[in-house]
Design a protein around this ligand. Structure first.
Ligand SMILES: [Fe+2]
Length: 339
């Protein structure tokens, strides 16, 4: 049975709500020592689930995950401690990716990178965090290309973490993109690496959108505008701060062009389509994998579509211009999901 802190004290609960900050349950694995209790929020109240001064055990963390708790609440001092440990762990695993079991190392790296991305959403202007993400992702791309046979398992293992989609989507779509690019042999390794980086960083701009908007089914016009601008925000946040060339930054800036094309296709009888900008195969593929991963995975407000249904839509978006690549995509995906 859970026991609330001063159960009847409205003031105590109010104080907690002002002080506590949320972290993902998975981040508790990074706790080495905690000064204050860990809370969950249930039925409008904070309840301690780990006592003051204790470190959560694996069983406690697993029990929270099992009971569908995505977030827990801790004091800022403990947040700093956990985020620092997360960065240290990410640096360590990034540096020793090729030492030991590749499946274990890659799985851990994807998980830590995705968790750490949450830190960048909170501090998008931190150069230190951005470079840690950039360099870790760059290292990871080489490792992923060398470990082709595990790519599918890395993908599945990251889905199993059940992170919020804002954390997992960038890595899932980029991993799938990298795997496909490698399979069609049209690009040099360096180009694959740059496209992987561009794809992974393309949604950094969502840092500018309040977190609670992501789980809403319907958005106000103002919110829709905010979402529509996230690719521009990403471009503005990244320009001049990372060593990606103009071409890749432009892919980031326009990474939603296919979504717009899809909207035009759906609404073709309702309004006249906007004049289309010309985009190359690279932009198309970055966008396609983003859409594919988004459509096939669940969101808080809807269930994911089947791969078949998603491919029907993607066919409409790219098959006229890139018939060969679309065929290759279908074959690739069948293989990827079978593994
Ligand atoms: Fe996006």
């Amino acid at each position: 049975m859970l026991q609330a802190v001063n159960f009847n004290s409205y003031t105590e609960q109010h104080k907690l709500s002002l002080k506590l900050r949320s972290i993902l349950v998975g981040e508790l694995y990074l706790a080495r020592k905690l000064k204050y209790p860990v809370y969950i929020f249930k039925n409008g109240m904070f309840y301690p689930v780990v006592n003051e001064g204790r470190v959560p055990t694996k069983d406690q963390i697993n029990a929270l995950i099992k009971n569908a708790h995505r977030e827990v609440y801790i004091f800022p001092e403990d947040v700093v401690e956990i985020k620092k440990n997360l960065e240290t762990a990410l640096v360590k695993v990034t540096r020793s990716l090729s030492v030991g079991d590749p499946l274990e190392n890659g799985t851990k790296d994807l998980k830590l990178l995705s968790l750490n991305l949450g830190g960048l959403y909170e501090n998008p202007h931190s150069d230190e965090l951005l470079m840690l993400q950039y360099q870790s992702t760059q290292n990871l791309s080489k490792f992923l290309m060398e470990n082709k046979k595990f790519q599918s398992q890395f993908y599945q293992n990251l889905i199993r973490e059940n992170f919020h989609f804002t954390l997992s989507q960038p890595m899932l779509s980029s991993l799938l993109l990298l795997s496909f690019l490698q399979s069609i042999h049209l690009f040099h390794d360096k180009e694959v690496e740059n496209l992987f980086l561009a794809s992974y960083l393309k949604d950094i701009g969502i840092a500018m959108i309040p977190g609670d908007k992501y789980d809403l089914k319907t958005l106000t016009t103002r919110d829709q505008e905010l979402f529509a601008n996230h690719a521009d925000f990403s471009f503005d946040l990244l320009e001049g701060r990372i060593p990606l060339s103009k071409n890749y930054l432009s892919i980031i800036k326009h990474h939603h062009f296919l979504n717009d094309k899809l909207k035009d296709l759906i609404n073709k009888d309702k309004k006249k389509a906007e004049p289309e900008l010309i985009f190359g195969l690279e932009s198309t593929l970055v966008s396609v994998f983003d859409i594919l991963v988004a459509m096939t995975n669940d969101r808080p407000y809807r269930k994911g579509m089947s791969l078949y249904q998603s491919l029907e839509l993607i066919k409409k978006m790219m098959a006229d211009e890139y018939p060969q690549e679309f065929k290759a995509l279908v074959i690739f995906l069948k293989q990827f999901y079978k593994n």
